[in-house]
Design a protein around this ligand. Structure first.
Ligand code: KIV
Length: 265
């Protein structure tokens, strides 16, 4: 068993070698991701990617605990960060602490991630001062799906551009060890990366970020729906799986499966 990457080690990577972060949720993909990732993020995108939900709003703390535990059990190198789902931290600091502590205790993960900026700085401070490492998430925040009216790029006008920089500063000052920047222009992600002293991890952001994250299913061609511009597919596993299942079904129909070698005499 190797030594897991720690929160201080990730923090020290600012402007050093790029941080590889993979969002994934299951034992098989966690095992494979652990070979290359510095951080495995158990993202609440699992609601959409694994459970077919229209947004991440129905994901629960219990779902995050189950998937977080599977990922921790199936990895031993990467720092595992688990998303706090919608309504598990926005209500009060006490609720946030209770849920974050449950997630860390039940999964064995090293940190939690919270979406939000200036409005959650008090919560981030409350958690980080009480032993819970926090990763921030600014820019496009999928838990604001209903407020935005969908998933929309952020920071196009000057006011919002400045607000997102202020959000990142607030989360840093509150004690976050790293920040995900999602769905903003390259220029904005670059500005934030220059302004904060903690590593930034981009998704739909900029190559200048200190690291990058994508969902493993998207990288592997296991996703469904239209591929967004910020995703790069490195494999087409859906096609491979489809072909394999067609062959399997044909073998069953033709009586070729199970063959002699698949039977116990
Ligand atoms: O939920 C998720 O997977 C995420 C990353 C894509 C940043 O938040």
């Amino acid at each position: 068993m190797g030594m897991r990457i720690t929160v201080p080690q990730i923090k020290a990577r600012k402007k050093q070698t790029k941080i590889v972060c993979i969002s994934t949720y299951t034992a098989p993909l966690a095992r494979l991701s652990d070979e290359v990732a510095d951080i495995i993020l158990v993202g609440d995108s699992l609601g959409m990617v694994l459970y077919g939900m229209d947004s991440t709003l129905s994901v629960t703390v219990d779902m995050m605990c189950l998937h977080g535990r599977a990922v921790v059990k199936s990895s031993d190198k990467a720092l595992v960060v688990v998303d706090m789902p919608f309504a598990s931290y926005q209500g009060s600091n006490a609720t946030a602490y209770k849920n974050a502590a449950k997630i860390l205790a039940e999964t064995g993960a090293g940190a939690v991630k919270l979406e939000g900026g200036r409005e959650i700085e008090g919560t981030v401070k409350f958690l980080t001062q009480r032993g819970i490492p926090v990763m921030g998430h600014v820019g496009m925040q999928p838990q604001n799906f209903n407020v935005y009216g969908g998933f929309k790029f952020r920071g196009r006008d000057k006011e919002e551009f400045e607000k997102i920089i202020d959000d990142a500063k607030a989360v840093e000052d509150a004690g976050a060890f790293a920040i995900v920047i999602e769905g903003v222009t390259r220029n904005l992600a670059k500005r934030i990366t220059d302004r904060v002293k903690i590593p930034t991890i981009g998704i739909g952001a900029a190559p200048e970020c200190d690291g990058q994250v994508l969902v493993a299913e998207d990288v592997l061609g296991l996703g469904f729906g239209q591929k967004p511009r910020f995703v790069k597919k490195y494999a087409e596993l859906n096609e491979i799986i489809k072909d394999a299942l067609v062959d399997f079904a044909a073998d069953i129909k033709e009586g070729k499966f199970p063959a002699k070698e698949n039977c116990y005499e």
